[in-house]
Design a protein around this ligand. Structure first.
Ligand code: ADP
Length: 402
């Protein structure tokens, strides 16, 4: 079985073709600058096949982008499948499922309408996801089943006390304003892998899952279910990130907007694109640049990294408290998987909770590994995330049941 996994943005589209049964990745790539000059990247994972790197392909809309993906996949010379018939289904990453979707679903006209109803909650992302789905329908036809996998779905198990904002309740009742959380597919994948690696049933485990990349979120997973998470109505909440502020006093906005006569659009642009570790460091949003700059003596870059590390450490404690204990702490995504030094900082001082890292075991990048000392009370683990595989697995399960 082959599943095409699509992650559509407004002007870009990432894709992977994989076999969910074996986990084998056949090809992956990226369409960029859709609607502009169109750049196409194709990376076959099969021996002897040529890749394409940001080549010019006309992509006035997402439909031409999907067509370019299919053309590459079935290309007689460098393709990885013989025909479109070898694509059994398509799995789409959809950002916001609101309160309507607590799990992945087969895409129907009703589902499309329900996703569209969630557009006001994710005005930048959901419309692009819908365009991606429509483009696949137009190119592949209605006979190839398509499945939506939501970033928010895993967090729908949160109790009301965790998702309710302490603002007038009417805004929840009328506008559905609440914490939703994101990165759900990633947190679900790594927490599932954690249980498999430890040979336990997910119901037995209290896990703090730390997805730390350009965007970062932490989730408390109790008994296999998300019970709290750091992102909110939007991905702006929680930890400071590459360019997002994370949590802060809303009074700061009032001060800035009044003093600098700023509108809400500009304020939100600052909080989403110019804040976080970029804002503090005035150097970069990229943690590698920041650690390099800090080592070279740039104190502001050092401070930005420290603010981030301190935020992660506090939240590990917060979620352990929320669950009344913790059996495992997982680090995933760009920073979590790759930065041994920062992992040490995230857990510094948490020995009193049984959380510690063995520096030798921790000396690894991008591999699944338990990095806490043997016999430690809490297992600290590095687990590379694989959202595409999770999407393919969900898609396969739904399609097989049809
Ligand atoms: P995205 O949220 O865009 O998917 P990633 O999960 O790929 O992001 O994470 C990107 C971040 O991970 C970047 O800030 C990058 O600098 C950081 N990163 C990757 N490798 C390392 C490393 N060895 N040390 C520190 N940071 C790293």
């Amino acid at each position: 079985m082959n599943i095409l996994v699509i992650n559509a943005g407004s002007s870009s589209l990432k894709y992977q073709l994989l076999n969910p049964e074996s986990g084998e990745l056949l090809a992956k790539g990226l369409c960029e600058r859709i609607g502009l000059d169109g750049k196409f990247t194709y990376k076959p994972q099969v021996e002897g096949k040529q890749k394409l790197d940001a080549v010019d392909v006309a992509m006035p809309t997402h439909s031409e982008a999907i067509q370019a993906v299919l053309n590459a996949l079935i290309d007689p010379e460098n393709g990885v499948i013989a025909s479109m018939k070898e694509i059994d289904a398509v799995g789409h990453r959809v950002v916001h499922g609101g309160e309507k979707f607590a799990s992945s679903v087969l895409i129907t006209d009703e589902v499309m309408a329900a996703i569209e109803e969630c557009n006001p909650l994710a005005p930048l992302h959901n419309p692009a996801n819908l365009i991606g789905i429509n483009a696949c329908t137009s190119v592949l036809g209605k006979d190839v089943p398509q499945v939506a996998v939501f970033d928010t779905a895993f967090h729908q198990t949160m109790p009301a006390k965790a998702y309710t904002y302490a603002i007038p309740y009417e805004y929840y009742k009328v506008d559905k304003l609440r914490r939703y959380g994101f990165h759900g597919t990633s947190h679900r994948y790594v927490s599932k892998r954690c249980a498999e690696i430890l040979g336990k049933d997910p119901s037995e485990l209290k896990i703090v899952s730390c997805h730390l990349g350009n965007g970062s979120s932490i989730t408390a997973v109790d008994g296999g279910k998300s019970v709290d998470t750091s992102m909110g109505l939007t991905p702006l909440a929680g930890l400071p990130m590459g360019t997002r502020s994370g949590d802060m006093d809303a009074g700061v906005m009032e001060y800035i907007m009044k003093k600098y006569d700023m509108g809400i659009e500009e304020m939100m642009n600052i909080l989403n694109k110019k804040s976080g570790v970029l804002g503090v460091s005035e150097v970069s949003s990229d943690f590698r640049d920041l650690t390099d700059a800090a080592e070279a003596g740039n104190e502001q870059a050092g401070l930005a990294v420290e603010v981030f590390e301190y935020g992660v450490r506090k939240m590990i404690g917060e979620y352990a408290a929320a669950m009344g204990g913790v059996d495992a702490v997982i680090f995933t995504a760009g920073v979590g998987e790759n930065s041994a030094d920062m992992r040490l900082k995230f857990v510094e001082g948490l020995e009193f909770m049984g959380i510690e890292i063995d520096p030798e075991k921790n000396n690894c990048r991008g591999v699944e590994r338990i990095v806490s000392p043997d016999g430690a009370k809490v297992k600290v683990m590095v687990i590379p995330t694989n959202e595409e595989l999770m999407i393919a697995l969900d898609t396969a399960e739904i399609v097989k049941a049809l």
